[in-house]
Design a protein around this ligand. Structure first.
Ligand code: ADP
Ligand code: MG
Length: 272
């Protein structure tokens, strides 16, 4: 049987619910994603301005910035939804600049959208099965797709709701389903765009636990989130965008105490 997450699992630290091996101590961590001087304009507006970043396997990278900073546009560029006006994007050793989203998905990048959009007439299980028959390592049969999709729904906390219609799910469950659909494509890199907006504290804590479980399963994540405490808590590294430009890149502690970030992102006061 195929491993649950990836036919080519990234080799990572931590436990795995796949058959993947753990990273040996001292083993080199390679860059999974390299964004080099990437820009995107819409008419006269520069949404992303010459942004570069390197992202390592196994990391949770937090991406923050005020509304309109270019976070979702950067996700769109990485996932192929938008094509950059300039710059290069490399993923897993391959140049993916300007590549179509379905091809990028097959290479192992999945993303959620800020506005969740499941197939509302299908059940959650069917929604996830759609992801399992496309993506980087499609299931070989519908039976296999169903079995694996049931496991993914359980991981996302939706096991008891798999046969409802997706359109009947509440906000929290629709967000869980969005993550489950993305996971079903067996990504090496998962981009989460504001999955916690509108959630209460208990739901946020459950979402944090889910993100950590996903990382521990061998999937790297870039997380856009407005709740600063969440980002500082879950991220290995944080990048800050402001009006399309990268203004900070460092550990949560460094970024939280960076005066540029405090001024740009919060206006004043303490980041926490
Ligand atoms: P963020 O996710 O950080 O809030 P966005 O990436 O959504 O920011 O937007 C960055 C800027 O680009 C905003 O000014 C937004 O209005 C603009 N923008 C984003 N997408 C488009 C688009 N498809 N067409 C025109 N302007 C866009
Ligand atoms: Mg956004």
């Amino acid at each position: 049987m195929q491993p649950f997450i990836s036919a080519h699992p990234p080799r990572l630290r931590g436990f795995s619910y796949t058959d993947g091996e753990e990273l040996e101590q001292g083993e080199a961590i390679m860059a999974l994603l390299e964004v080099e001087n990437v820009s995107k304009s819409f008419g006269g507006l520069i949404a992303v301005n010459c942004v570069s970043l390197t992202f390592n396997q196994g990391e949770i990278l937090g991406l923050i910035g005020p509304n309109g900073a270019g976070k979702s546009t950067l996700f769109n560029l990485i996932s192929g939804v938008e094509k950059p006006n300039g710059g290069r994007i490399r993923f897993d050793g391959r140049d993916i600049t300007g590549t179509a989203p379905d091809e990028i998905c097959r290479y192992g990048i999945a993303r959620t959208f800020q506005l969740v959009r499941p197939f509302s007439q299908l059940s959650p299980l069917e929604n996830v099965m759609v992801g399992r028959v496309f993506g980087s390592a499609p299931a070989l049969s519908m039976g296999q797709a169903r079995l694996e999709s049931e496991k993914i729904l359980s991981l996302a906390g939706l096991a008891s709701k798999r046969v409802k219609t997706a359109g009947m799910l509440g906000l929290v469950d629709r967000k869980r389903l969005e993550i489950a659909r993305a996971l079903a494509t067996r990504p090496k890199l998962l981009l989460l765009d504001e999955m916690m907006a509108g959630l209460n504290l208990t739901e946020i804590n459950a979402a944090i636990a889910l993100i950590k479980r996903i990382r521990d399963s061998g999937i790297s994540l870039i997380v856009v989130e407005h709740v600063m405490k969440v980002i500082l808590n879950i991220s290995d590294r944080v990048i800050v965008l402001k009006t399309g430009e990268k203004i900070a890149d460092g550990s949560p502690r460094e970024v939280a105490s960076n005066p540029l970030v405090i001024e740009a992102y919060l206006g004043k006061g303490n980041v926490c």
